[in-house]
Design a protein around this ligand. Sequence first.
Ligand SMILES: Nc1ncnc2c1ncn2[C@@H]1O[C@H](COP(=O)(O)OP(=O)(O)O)[C@@H](O)[C@H]1O
Ligand SMILES: [Mg+2]
Length: 285
Amino acid sequence: MGEKMLEFQDINYTYPGGQKPALNGLNSSIPATKKNALLGQNGSGKSTLLFLADGLLKPQQGQIRWARERLNYDRHSLNQWRQKIGLAFQDPEQQLVAGTVAEDIAYGLYTLKLSQAEIKQRLGQTLAEFGLQDLANHPLHHLSLGQKRRVALAGVMARQPELLLLDEPTAYLDSVQTGNLLEELERIHAAGTTLVIATHDLSFAYQWADWIVILHEGQLIMSGEAQDIFSQGNRLAELHLAVPILWEVWQVLVSNLSLPNTMPFPKTIRHLEEQLRDWNKPSQP
Ligand SMILES: Nc1ncnc2c1ncn2[C@@H]1O[C@H](COP(=O)(O)OP(=O)(O)O)[C@@H](O)[C@H]1O
Ligand SMILES: [Mg+2]
């Protein structure tokens, strides 16, 4: 699976006043450089795992390791930890603190103790990268949900984390907004940031992820390369996670057309079309 970036060992976490543990003996790890999807039904513990990964919650039992090193909870360690790991909340309202777009992004940079010149430079660069220049001086409360999400994400990325965690980033977005988000995530990943997206949307994970972690009732029950996870369709169905129709079509094609098993599974209809076209091309004389 490659280098482990973040590891969770025997994690137990119960919320104050909670009836049962939100995470119950969880063991899991996040491989570096991948596009990781954290899947599971509502209530399976995904958000709790992200809060623990960002040091917002502290497990009652177990350890979290970054590049094999145990994370500690004193103020200095937490500051260092949060420079490496950024978390975009499901609800951007919980994240945005300042009056305007530019002030909010700058606020996150002040806490890094950068020079004024560097703050100015990073703020300008971030506004440009996220297409927010025109909104820079807009009050946050005038923005739409999609815009608020973009500002919150820009604020996290301005801090240049090595690992970006996103909690249900596609919730309530329409297909155009989801497409824009995917482009933004592609750019962030291509620039070298490892991504983890918590989602209950298996279709989204199918299109996007190359490594998949599945939680169920606070425990890890499956993890692996996307290709291997989707080939266990029966187990996914048992977990009430419906396998995307495109995967099922692909299985039928693979077995009926004897496609080479080196062909990667198609993530979109267009991708499927391209693969079949390439495969059908007469070989050059
Ligand atoms: N603030 C809270 N107080 C008490 N219980 C909580 C709180 N937040 C979540 N839980 C419980 O913890 C479990 C895991 O929740 P969560 O991590 O939010 O799951 P997911 O993100 O997968 O939907 C659920 O049983 C949920 O009811
Ligand atoms: Mg959640």
